[in-house]
Design a protein around this ligand. Sequence first.
Ligand SMILES: Cc1ncc(COP(=O)(O)O)c(C=O)c1O
Length: 370
Amino acid sequence: MDNEKILVTRSSMPPFEEYCAEIAPLWESHWLTNMGEKHQALEEALETYLEVGDIALFTNGHNALECVFEAMGLRGKVITTPFTFASTTHAIVRKGLEPVFADIREEDFTIDPASVERLIDDETCAIVPVHVYGNLCDVDAIQRIADEHGLKVIYDAAHAFGVFRGGVSAATFGDASMFSFHATKVFNTIEGGAVCFRDPSLKVLLDQWKNFGITGTESVEYVGGNAKMNEFCAAMGLCNLRHVDEEIEKRRHVAERYWERLEDVPGVRVFRPAQGVRHNYAYLPVTFSANEFGASRDDVYAALMARDIHPRKYFYPLVSDYECYAGRFDSSETPVARRAADEVLTLPMYADLRDDQIDLICDVVLSARG
Ligand SMILES: Cc1ncc(COP(=O)(O)O)c(C=O)c1O
C-alpha cells in the first residue's frame, strides 16, 4: 500500500456502458461535430444544472475565454490576478489586451477588490477575477466597483462548477463566467468549456466567434477561430452530469478527512468553504508556513514525491514571474500573491481517493517536519 503511486487528480468517468449507449446514435446520424444533438442536449442540461438562461459550449475553457473577450469587443487594460493558471493571463495577452495585476486576499486567495480599485484608470475596460479552487470572489464588491467605473466583469470560473452561494449559482455573477470542463475538473467533457453570460445577445456572437466568424451561409463577418465542442465530448458531459452531485459529495468526504487531520497543526492552513456556500471541493490547497510548521512547502513536496505521492504547486510560479513575461511585471507589487505561491501545495484530491490513502498522505506531510 505504501508504495502505491498517488497522483494529484484522477478523471471521473461514467460507467463504460453508459457512455457507449450515449454515443451509439452517432453511428446512425454520422453527425460528429458542428452543434449536433449531443451538443444541444448538453447545453440544455447545463442551463438547468447551473440555473442560467443560456450557455455556449467550447472546445475548452481557454478558447471560451478568448472568444468572450472577442465577442465583447474588449480593448485596453484588464485587471486580473497573477495567482491563477497560465490560461487567464495568456487569453488576455493573446487577444491584444494588457493585463494589470491586482493582489489577492489572504483568506481565500481570490482577487482583492481594494487592490482592483486602486489600479483602475481611463484605459481599463474589464476585470477578470478567478474563483480560485472554487472559492468565490467577493462578487458584490467587484460588481460595485465595475458598475461605478463602467467596466465589464468576466469571471474565470474554471474551478467553480457547481458552486452556489446562498442558493445562487456561480454562473450568474458578472457579465460572463467561463467554465473549464477539462479532464481534471469536477465536471469534465474530456476537453471542454463553456461561457454563461448576462446579455442574451451574446449567445449568437459567441456561437459565431467559435465557428470562424461565420454569420450566414454566404457571410463571414469576424476573424473567428474554431472552438466548437464535438459530439463525443458533449456525450461525455451528458453522462458525467448525471453523476456530478455524487462526485461532489464524495469529494466533500475526502476534504473533511484531510481537514480533520491537518487543520489544527501549527503552521498549516486549510481552506474551509465560506458560510452559505455549496462548494465543489475541486482542489485541496494547504499552505505551510516554514517557521511555524518546521518545514517549507518545498520540503513537504519533496517528502511526498519521495513516496510516489504527487501533489502540485498550484499556482507556482506566479504568472507575473513566468519567463514569457520577463521584464513586463513586478511580482513584488502583489506581496500576498507572492507569499501564497511560495507556501501553497494542492494535495491529491479526487472522488475515489480512499481514507487509507488520505491518512498516508497526511502522515507523510507531517513527517516532513523531521
Ligand atoms: C483557472 C483556470 N483558468 C483557465 C483554465 C483553462 O481551461 P482549459 O484547460 O479547459 O482550457 C484552467 C484549467 O485548466 C484553469 O484552472
